[in-house]
Design a protein around this ligand. Structure first.
Ligand code: AMP
Ligand code: ZN
Length: 111
């Protein structure tokens, strides 16, 4: 938990969100400003700043996030033909929340 981190607070339910999935390692919730019919944010419960800032000790967490993305996609008929995962790493990539997160997007065709 990092103080004043909005995603830590969401994972600890100190800030409300529309939860999609939770286990011991990750928390997933609807994006407040969706860019697709389905737009879900997947975060590790552990506070990691960004993909620019990881090491091999995060390997299991980061791998788990991809398995969870696939598992969540199966809950939505809109993603039966595919989905997109995005990670914005760092300011130049448009990262605005500095707790690593993956956007799971679906329900439309992406260019
Ligand atoms: P990024 O620009 O990659 O850092 O993405 C941050 C994402 O978090 C954006 O798509 C925001 O819409 C989303 N977001 C920020 N605050 C909240 C919140 N309280 N609940 C849900 N999504 C949020
Ligand atoms: Zn955090």
């Amino acid at each position: 938990m990092s103080e004043n981190c909005i995603f830590c607070k969401i994972a600890k339910k100190e800030i409300s969100s529309h939860k999609i999935y939770e286990d011991e390692v990750v928390f997933a919730f609807e994006d407040i400003n969706p860019k697709a019919p389905i737009h879900i944010i997947i975060i590790p419960k552990k506070h990691i700043v960004s993909l620019c800032d990881v090491s091999c000790k995060e390997e299991q967490i980061l791998g788990h996030i991809q398995i969870v993305a696939s598992k969540i996609s199966k809950q939505f008929k809109e993603m039966k033909n595919g989905f997109r995962i995005i990670n914005n790493c760092g300011v130049d990539a448009g990262q605005t929340v500095f707790h690593i997160h993956y956007h799971l997007l679906g329900g439309r065709v992406f260019e």
